[in-house]
Design a protein around this ligand. Structure first.
Ligand code: UDP
Length: 194
């Protein structure tokens, strides 16, 4: 796979269908995949915050937006084949995925993940939300949050804690989280909640 490499951050030049097959592969083989949608804002934060750049190394990162594409033109001499953002890609993946999958929604303000779960059940009745938790828990509650996720053992964990919080959370805890696909999803839960 071609990639854009900048200061240790590596963004893969994948198409949407290629990402779908990576996701399906992790789900079917029950291996773990952390997927990140890297926009210019994330890249700038990573360049200024080495711990964030290090956290992003445990992700398969794809290109989200014009800013990243401009960097690609400058440093690689060509654009990314497709612009991939989680807000479009995740619902599209869930819609095309006929095999039933379980999801856990972590993040956003209290009540939002519940509302998003209700809408997901209408939009994608083949899948099932097996747990929700808002994104405003104290650091001391992190162990309990992870224990609740593990008790549900979701196929897919969507993490909406903003940047850099969501990718830091995933990178730090993925090794002890019982989920196959972990994704930082930004404002997706807010959008899905309506
Ligand atoms: N969020 C959260 N906990 C936090 C910070 C953010 O759950 O401590 C949620 C927020 O409610 C929203 C999502 O993360 O649903 C994305 O937040 P924001 O748009 O502020 O993120 P950014 O623009 O920084 O990526």
């Amino acid at each position: 796979v071609d990639r854009l490499e900048l200061e240790g951050v590596s963004i893969s030049d994948l198409t949407r269908d290629e990402v779908f097959s990576r996701l399906r592969d992790a789900l079917d083989r029950r291996t773990q995949l952390c997927l990140g949608f890297c926009n210019a804002n994330m890249l700038l934060k990573a360049l200024g915050l080495p711990a964030y750049a290090a956290a992003l190394r445990s992700f398969l990162l794809v290109s989200d937006g014009l800013g990243i594409d401009l960097c690609s033109g400058l440093f690689r001499g060509r654009s990314f084949r497709q612009n991939l953002n989680g807000t479009d890609l995740i619902p599209a993946f869930l819609a095309t995925e006929t095999a039933p999958r379980t999801l856990y929604l972590l993040g956003a303000k209290p009540g939002i993940a519940e509302a998003a779960a209700r809408n997901l059940a209408l939009l994608h009745p083949q899948h099932r939300v097996v747990g929700v938790r808002d994104g405003y828990f104290a650091p001391a509650e992190t162990g309990a949050v992870i224990a609740a996720i593990n008790a549900a053992s979701p196929d897919i964990l969507l993490v909406a804690l903003g940047n850099p919080g969501q990718e830091m959370f995933i990178a730090e805890h993925a090794p002890r989280i019982d989920a196959r696909v972990l994704m930082g999803v930004g404002a997706l839960l807010d959008y899905t909640a309506g």
